[in-house]
Design a binder for this molecule. Structure first.
Ligand code: CTP
Ligand code: CA
Length: 240
C-alpha cells in the first residue's frame, strides 16, 4: 500500500540502488564481510517506488529483508559482482544510490577446499593476502565524465564515519564527498551501536554544491524520504 501523503515526484524516473554488505570468499565456508543490515537501502527502494520510481535494487547480504513489491531485485555476493551489476545498469538510470557497504579488499586466493590449520596446538596462522576492489562510486562518476553514463544522472554515495584524531564525522564526510565526486553524500555517524542494524539513523546530506542538510534523528524510512527530497531537488534542476 502506498501511503497517501507521499509526493509522486519520481514518476517515470529509473532509480538504481545498491544495499547490504558484500562478502569476499576465502574458502567454501569463510568470507570477509561487514555489519551492514541492508535496511537503509531497502528503505530507499520502498520510498522511491512509493514516489513513483521504477526501482532496481542490487542487494548483498540483507538478512531477512524482502524487496518491496514492484521493485526489481538482483542479488550479489562480492564487490566485483556488485560492480558489474551497477556498472552495466547505470547507463539506464536517472539516479544511482550506492547504499551498499562494499568491501574495500578481497582475498587474492580463494581456496576451493576448506583451509585447514597445521596440525598441533600452536598452529601458525597464514596471513591473508588482499587485493583492492574496484571503487564503484568513483567508477560511476568517471563513467559520467566519459559520457558512458548520462550527464544528468544523479549519483549518491553513503559514508558511515566515526570521528578520529584527524577530524569529526562531518570533516571526514566533506573530504569524502570531494574525493568521490558524487552529487550527494549521505553521512552517518557510527560507533557506540549507532546505524548498523538499528532502525534509526542520524547524519547529514552533503551536496557537491556545498549545501549541507542535517538529517534529524529518525527512522530509516524517514531518512530515505529526506534523501529522496535532496535527489528530486537535483533532478528538477536538471531535467523534467
Ligand atoms: N563504495 C564503492 N566501492 C567501493 C567502496 C565504497 O562504491 N569499493 C561506495 C559505498 O557504497 C559508499 C561510498 O563509496 O556509497 C563510500 O564508501 P566508504 O567505504 O565510506 O568509502 P571509502 O572510499 O572506501 O573510504 P574508507 O577508507 O573510509 O572506507
Ligand atoms: Ca570503504
Amino acid at each position: 500500500e502506498r501511503p497517501d501523503a507521499l509526493p509522486f515526484d519520481l514518476a517515470g524516473r529509473r532509480v538504481l540502488i545498491s544495499a547490504g554488505g558484500t562478502r569476499e570468499p576465502l574458502d567454501p565456508v569463510r568470507f570477509l564481510g561487514n555489519r551492514s543490515s541492508g535496511k537503509q537501502g531497502f528503505a530507499l527502494a520502498r520510498a522511491a517506488t512509493h514516489r513513483g520510481a521504477d526501482v532496481t535494487l542490487v542487494a548483498g547480504t540483507a538478512t531477512g529483508l524482502e524487496a518491496p513489491s514492484g521493485v526489481e531485485r538482483v542479488d550479489i555476493t562480492t564487490a566485483e559482482q556488485l560492480s558489474t551489476e551497477i556498472t552495466t545498469r547505470a547507463a539506464d538510470a536517472d539516479v544511482v544510490i550506492m547504499a551498499a557497504a562494499v568491501a574495500d579488499f578481497r582475498p587474492v586466493h580463494v581456496a576451493t577446499a576448506k583451509i585447514k590449520k597445521e596440525p598441533g596446538a600452536d598452529a601458525t596462522p597464514t596471513p591473508i593476502e588482499l587485493a583492492t576492489n574496484p571503487d564503484i562510486l568513483r567508477g560511476l562518476v568517471a563513467a559520467r565524465s566519459a559520457g558512458d553514463v548520462a550527464a544528468d544522472t544523479v549519483i549518491v554515495g553513503f559514508a558511515a564515519e566515526t570521528g578520529d584524531e584527524r577530524g569529526g564525522v562531518l570533516d571526514h564526510g566533506r573530504e569524502k564527498l570531494a574525493r568521490k565526486g558524487c552529487d550527494l553524500l549521505v553521512v552517518n555517524a557510527v560507533g557506540d551501536g549507532k546505524a548498523f542494524g538499528t532502525d534509526d539513523n542520524t547524519g547529514w546530506v552533503l551536496a557537491s554544491t556545498g549545501a549541507e542538510t542535517a538529517l534529524p534523528l529518525g527512522s530509516k524510512t524517514l531518512m530515505a524520504s529526506r534523501i529522496l527530497d535532496a535527489v528530486t531537488a537535483l533532478l528538477s534542476g536538471r531535467r523534467t
